[in-house]
Design a protein around this ligand. Structure first.
Ligand code: CO
Length: 134
């Protein structure tokens, strides 16, 4: 393996019920069940490698993202076996961390974000897959 593999690519959408069948038709993949993550202010569904994000409330960060940029690419997530190690490594290289400690994300995995200010304007997520998750 050459570097961290992509875990998923996230798209922001105002309407999961519209986005899910669209990407099911494009990819032939079946959507995961919709998951609500109140702590992150989103409803989430996975269609293959795509994570589709709909804001739960008008004041969530994804709602503000949609207002400013419209639907589309929201973040790229890389998978790591040791998220705390990667956070320290990236911080020591000058990247700005949104989460200095990982927190629970979709599917019960540990996640942390890097600030787009330090990553060429694209929000970057790190994911440590919890193999014990349902
Ligand atoms: Co994500």
């Amino acid at each position: 393996m050459n570097g961290l593999p992509v875990d998923h690519i996230a798209l922001a959408t105002p309407d999961l019920e519209e986005a899910i069948p669209l990407y099911e038709r494009i990819t032939g993949a079946r959507s995961s069940p919709i998951e609500e993550l109140p702590a992150q202010g989103v409803r989430v569904a996975f269609v293959g490698v795509l994570e589709l994000l709909e804001p739960l409330s008008p004041d969530s960060t994804v709602a503000r993202f949609l207002e400013k940029q419209g639907p589309g690419l929201h973040h790229i997530a890389y998978r790591t076996a040791d998220i705390r190690f990667e956070l320290r490594r990236l911080e020591s290289q000058g990247f700005e961390l949104i989460d200095s400690e990982p927190r629970p994300g979709a599917g019960g995995h540990l996640v942390a974000f890097l600030h787009p200010r330090s990553t060429g304007k694209v929000l970057i997520e790190l994911v440590q897959v919890n193999h014990g998750a349902p």
